[in-house]
Design a protein around this ligand. Sequence first.
Ligand code: NAD
Length: 481
Amino acid sequence: MAQSPSYGEIKLFIDAEWIGAEGRVTEDVINPATGEAIAALPHATAEDLDRAVAAAERAFKTWRTTPAYDRAKILRKAADLLRERVEQLAPRLTMDQGKVIAEARQEFLIAADIFDWTADEGRRAYGRVVPSRIPGVRWLVVKEPVGPVAGFTPWNFPGIIPARKISAALASGCTMVIKPSEETPSTVLEIARALDDAGLPKGVLNVVHGRPSDVSEHLIAADGIRKITFTGSIAVGQHLAGLAAKHGVKRTTMELGGHAPVLIFEDADIDAAIRTMVQAKYRNSGQVCISPTRFVVHESVHDRFVDGFARAAAEIRIGDGLDELSQMGPLANGRRVATMERMVADAVERGAELRTGGERTLNRGYFYRPTVLANVPEDAIIMNEEPFGPVAVTARFSSFEEAIEQANRLPYGLASYAFTSSSRTAAAVSEALEAGMVGVNNAAISMTETPFGGVKQSGYGSEGGVEGMEAYLTTKMISQS
Ligand code: NAD
């Protein structure tokens, strides 16, 4: 086990100034592995929030005209700094979020990769020339940054999710005020520090903390903010989209929840499906919006799949994420453990078979065992609401149509997966699934260079890929003679 590292102080970062808790309301940041407070999070005052917006507005005037080439240099430098600092930074992410240290390191490396790739994509925000039908007139379509952005990010990926938003906004020439989750504030501050050290002009990125509803209502209503980007639950997304419409019809990107189906066809490589899906299911203790959740398995292979999956799940070593030997850390907070207990009890009461897990463990912090529930009835809460935790549920199907019907039954449409050795089934299932992302025989659906986003109630707008840049650009048509 590594020496317990120090978590350090949490500050606000406004107009390139690091501001401590003096005179401000604070709340405890909790280590989910121990349940103990590790820092005091200073809440931004209304004046702090106004200062942050004013700084973002001021900085936008020059950042938008800074050549994309120069903006990219700063973002790439910050990416290098994050890579250099990964050993020093990863333990803090583990301490406030809970994920195992290997996943925390990987999160910083992926965040750095996102900054690199997006920095270069910002240099390619081309417009186009439309052949004009009027002699002597030129028609140009140009892309411009939308303006200062307010970003709200959750606790499950406190590095990757903000990295997607910050990098695309800044590479496009926008400025930003971001509120990371109050529960996992350290990582965004380290990203801000890397950007500051890389030479980001003051005011381009500002980080504020506080009660989520107070901060979002204040920022969304601010005249200077032109775009809202949020990742989190559907209920909060609906609320923020409403505020954005009310306060000036502001542009929004909404990355909301999911309830990913996994279709296992009878011709699938079952061992490969188990290996891939156990890893994907229990990564970050299942607190992933694209986490495979509902395993809808052909009746002829259902029992074999469930036996192998439950055996592999039971072997996962649970412990404090700082321990290099731990394979799964605690859940991020007590709300998640309570939700797992409620959903598992409900499913079992309705007739589901508990194949492994189904209980808290380690007598401290928020640990919950990797869990498998088999033959779960459709009316169980967990078959309809996102568990967002380490619980996999299975159901059976007998025909292709039935599998698709089950997969598309819910109002969500973020990720979906299928396993089959038939290219015909692979093509048919990819077309039929109502989802923003489909993984066929693999789980590699969240990459820097590919679009990430949902359909139906899972939200709208993509992050990552060229689509991720569009979210921060407006289109202007110029007719010039
Ligand atoms: P929650 O909806 O209260 O909080 C989710 C995130 O939204 C938090 O980071 C919080 O700071 C932020 N938030 C909450 N209210 C806000 C507001 N009014 N304005 C701005 N930000 C606000 O719920 P929770 O208990 O933290 O998580 C519950 C559910 O949220 C999960 O079950 C999951 O469905 C969803 N969730 C989704 C993601 C994702 O990546 N899509 C991430 C975290 C949580």
